[in-house]
Design a protein around this ligand. Structure first.
Ligand SMILES: Nc1ncnc2c1ncn2[C@@H]1O[C@H](COP(=O)(O)OP(=O)(O)OP(=O)(O)O)[C@@H](O)[C@H]1O
Length: 231
């Protein structure tokens, strides 16, 4: 399980996270919702090690992640699908997937078949350049690349952003399959309420750098939760 305990994060004098505590258990989908700019991406940057925290602690399956570089966290099983996907446009689909080998032991440096069962389009397009893929296909590639790192927790930043409904469904199905078949933890940051309501086991809502609500997915329909999500 991933535990984030009373974490603060600053950009210079501006505080983006204020005493944030969340847990993402193994075998569960945990969703963090919130409007634009409330600190969701900052929380994921803190977890993946891309941004230093100024207080609190982050641990995964008993290992303290505090101060570890992103690649060390990847080696411990933290897989990341960034906002905007960050596909290498001039590398082929296969080469993009292979960039996930970096934190993996030599014997595991192959692309697991599961990735092509989840996203058959990646197999069809293995030789095409990443930049030639549609936004939805790039999102599938970004998830595939994270899976190549053999994560024990998959952290996704707004995977539905700018993506057509049919591919959103495929991504939802893939996330559920990963939870059920591998028992990995999944931590998802989203603005798309329906996607979270359908998928999540547990939800948190952030507002102005703080967690202001937590509960099972059904609690997203309470007036109190709605108030934090409407503009
Ligand atoms: N590199 C940075 N330098 C300074 N301030 C930043 C930086 N990145 C984010 N911020 C600020 O921190 C706050 C939280 O931003 P963050 O990107 O974490 O929010 P978010 O909820 O992920 O938003 P979005 O949904 O737009 O991605 C915002 O006020 C933002 O302007």
């Amino acid at each position: 399980m991933l535990t984030v305990d009373k974490v603060n994060l600053h950009y210079g004098a501006a505080q983006a996270l204020r005493g944030v505590s969340i847990a993402a258990p193994m075998g569960k989908i945990t969703c963090v919702l919130g409007r634009n700019g409330v600190g969701k991406t900052s929380l994921l940057r803190a977890i993946t090690g891309q941004q230093a925290t100024s207080a609190g602690s982050i641990a995964f399956n008993g290992a303290d992640l505090g101060g570890l570089a992103p690649y060390r966290r990847a080696k411990l099983g933290v897989g990341f699908v960034p906002q905007g996907r960050e596909i290498f446009p001039l590398l082929t689909v296969k080469e993009n997937l292979e960039t996930g080998y970096a934190p993996v032991a030599r014997k595991d440096r192959f692309i697991p078949d599961d990735i092509f069962s989840l996203f058959p389009i990646l197999q069809t397009m293995l030789g095409r350049r990443g930049g030639d893929l549609s936004g939805g296909q790039q999102q599938q590639l970004a998830i595939g690349r994270a899976l190549v790192t053999r994560p024990k927790i998959l952290v996704l930043d707004e995977p539905t952003e700018g993506i057509q409904p049919s591919i959103i469904k495929d991504i939802g199905r893939a996330i559920r399959y990963l939870r059920d078949s591998t028992g990995m933890a999944i931590l998802l940051v989203e603005q798309y309420l329906d996607f979270c309501r359908e998928l999540a086991d547990h939800v948190y809502i952030m507002d102005r750098g703080e967690i202001v609500h937590e509960g099972p997915a059904e609690t997203l329909d309470t007036p109190e939760a709605r108030r934090h999500l409407t503009v």
